[in-house]
Design a protein. Structure first.
Length: 94
């Protein structure tokens, strides 16, 4: 599986081969808070992938966060497919 087709944020463990964790971002999008969380998990030895379910869009306002999450919900099957592909890519990288 090609990880190039799946947009998101990868963190490799600093030491050894860690267990894999899939991190799903909050309704704000794949922002620096989520990336920092992923980095901390990598520092603890985990292989981490956070797929970008909003295709690069991030926000810090509630109205826009509601819109982004509602848009994702409207394409529930597409979102589920993205998460499934992200999990498969993560397992492939182990």
């Amino acid at each position: 599986m090609s990880t190039e087709k799946i947009k998101g944020y990868w963190v490799s463990p600093n030491q050894g081969n860690g267990k894999a964790l899939l991190v799903l971002h909050a309704w704000w999008g794949l922002n620096e808070t989520i990336k920092g969380f992923c980095k901390r998990l990598g520092d603890e030895g985990y292989l981490v992938f956070a797929p970008d379910l909003y295709d690069g869009k991030i926000t810090d306002t509630i109205p826009m966060a509601e819109k982004l999450s509602n848009d994702l919900f409207l394409d529930y099957e597409g979102a589920a497919e993205q998460v499934s592909r992200a999990a498969q890519a993560l397992l492939h990288e182990m």
